[in-house]
Design a protein around this ligand. Structure first.
Ligand code: ADP
Ligand code: F6P
Length: 482
């Protein structure tokens, strides 16, 4: 029986070493959290990196790492420290990531990083080929593996290959600056079907293909000499039922079952029942606009002192890519901003910002989603932003207001949210007031519509739509040949 081979940089589980023992934790990030439920329910294997470098895994634990992955139908790709450095911290996160998010001033063009990126992509492709059997569907994910589709195609010309990009695809004018732009496009074009979160990313990609490689593009089809490649948008959803059920269960918790975080949050609302909690959750990443968000919050308090002691910003930033200098600088900048603003506005009974820099277990995420009144998500650029969708899904009585940046892919499907430009502090400030003062009926009306849509376009539907389209594309390919 044929299977699906999922392949992404990281596995949905991350293995780490604690006191010489292997610990398994779930991966953070939209790709892993979203695709996990598809993988769990279907007949698939998932190939990716375990989170430990070759040097970190003691000889006697090598088999245990494989076994931990195997238990979850995963195959761990072994990567050395040098490979992680050039491939992950290097080309993926110092070249492609900033370029595709329009941070051109952060984009490096290092030939050694590019060489390592190529060889590691080859390693992933070879791992897929080891597991591939005729009829399998191969689904390659994200910007770390742009060359993999063609590397598989060269060895298995008949393979059915899909590729999905979880981050934006930039406009041609930005993409064309990449020294290895031809190779990158040719790599992706090894796929039969290429998916993006939004139509804008799709058309930017098509425009780059037609202008750089000069391939013929008709509507959403690219004609190569030997095949047709289809390109389409598939906005990724969330496991709606999981978040809804978690929120329902959360409210059934007895006093003893409540987490420490929940007790603190409840304490806050008992002490100041009229004060609003404003939530933000992101990986600590410059694309997420965290520093700007804090500055906008300062602007709001400066210009509307009547809200002092009436609001609190609860900010969860999850450590991410901390070997990359920009992330280290951002961390310092946020620490300073939070310290300065708390120093400037705090009163004896109130601190304006609660800042957590750590990963949290799922139940704490649910505590935050359900206890806050407003979610303030202000990315400068974001492929999708699943946090926005998760916040709405957990509002089981339909109250709560989502403020969302127009630069997030999710904004295209979430018109009922309050949409803002993350660089416009005055607009953010006014929107915060609108959210704080929004009547309950209006909140419920907006969330009801959003929830209906999110429930319908769940992650399951996203994955099934993509796989169905991939299947159809492969049938069209056979017809094209005939
Ligand atoms: P990105 O993929 O850029 O990280 P998304 O908003 O699309 O951004 O996805 C983030 C995912 O990571 C969400 O599914 C969210 O629930 C999860 N997540 C965020 N913070 C944490 C955390 N502290 N612990 C566990 N999961 C988290
Ligand atoms: O959604 C973009 C993305 O880079 C995913 O590929 C990844 O799962 C997530 O963000 C987290 O990033 P990283 O794997 O670098 O920690």
């Amino acid at each position: 029986m044929s299977k699906t081979i999922i392949i992404s940089n990281r596995l949905p589980l991350q293995i780490s070493l604690e006191d010489s023992n292997l610990e398994v934790t779930p991966s953070v990030g939209g790709l892993a959290t979203g695709l996990k439920s598809f993988h769990k329910d279907g007949d698939s294997i998932w190939i990716g990196w375990s989170g430990l470098t070759e040097e970190e895994i003691p000889e006697n634990l090598l088999d245990d790492v494989k076994e931990k992955a195997r238990k979850e139908d995963c195959v761990a790709v072994n990567l050395s420290e040098e490979e992680i450095d050039g491939f992950y911290y290097g080309f993926s996160n110092r070249t492609i990531w900033p370029l595709f998010h329009y941070f051109m001033e952060y984009t490096e063009a290092d030939k050694d990083h590019w060489e390592t990126y190529k060889s590691v992509n080859r390693k992933y492709a070879d791992e897929v080929l080891k597991h591939y059997e005729d009829g399998d569907h191969i689904w390659v994910h994200d910007y770390q593996l742009l060359l993999v589709p063609n590397m598989i195609r060269e060895k298995q010309p008949e393979a059915i290959i899909g590729f999905f990009n979880h981050i934006p695809f930039p406009s041609y004018e930005v993409f064309r600056t990449l020294p290895w732009r031809d190779e990158v496009l040719e790599g992706v074009l090894g796929a039969d079907l290429i998916g993006f979160h939004t139509y804008d990313y799709e058309r930017h990609f098509l425009s780059s293909v037609s202008r750089i490689l000069r391939h013929q593009v008709n509507f959403n089809e690219i004609t190569l000499p030997e095949r047709i490649v289809k390109v389409d948008s598939f906005p990724m959803g969330i496991d709606y039922n999981k978040f809804e059920a978690a929120a329902q269960n959360h409210f059934k918790n007895t006093e003893e079952q409540r987490t420490e975080l929940q007790r603190r949050l409840d304490h806050h609302s008992n002490e100041t029942p009229e004060a609003k909690l404003i939530l933000s959750i992101d990986r600590l990443d410059y694309t997420k606009g965290i520093a700007n968000r804090i500055r906008a919050f300062e602007y709001f308090l400066d210009n509307h002192p009547e809200f002092i002691e009436k609001v609190r910003l609860v900010m969860l930033a999850v450590p991410s890519r901390s070997n990359v200098p920009q992330y280290q600088r951002l961390k310092r900048e946020i620490d300073e901003l939070v310290g300065r603003i708390n120093g400037k506005f705090s009163t004896v009974s109130w601190t304006p910002i609660w800042y957590f820099y750590r990963s949290m277990p799922f139940e704490n995420l649910i505590d935050l989603y359900t206890s806050c009144d407003i979610a303030l998500l202000t990315p400068i650029r974001d492929g999708m932003n699943l946090v926005a969708k998760e916040f709405v899904a957990t509002r089981i009585n339909q109250t709560g207001v989502l403020i969302l940046s127009e630069m997030a892919g999710a904004a295209h499907e979430m018109n009922e949210a309050l949409i803002i430009n993350p660089n416009n502090f005055e607009q953010i400030s006014q929107t915060l007031i609108q959210a704080i003062e929004m009547p309950i009926e209006e909140q419920q009306q907006r969330n009801k519509t959003l929830q209906k849509r999110l429930k319908r376009y769940s992650v399951e539907k996203w994955a099934n739509d993509f796989m169905k389209a991939l299947h159809n594309t492969s049938q069209d390919r056979d017809a094209f040949k005939a």
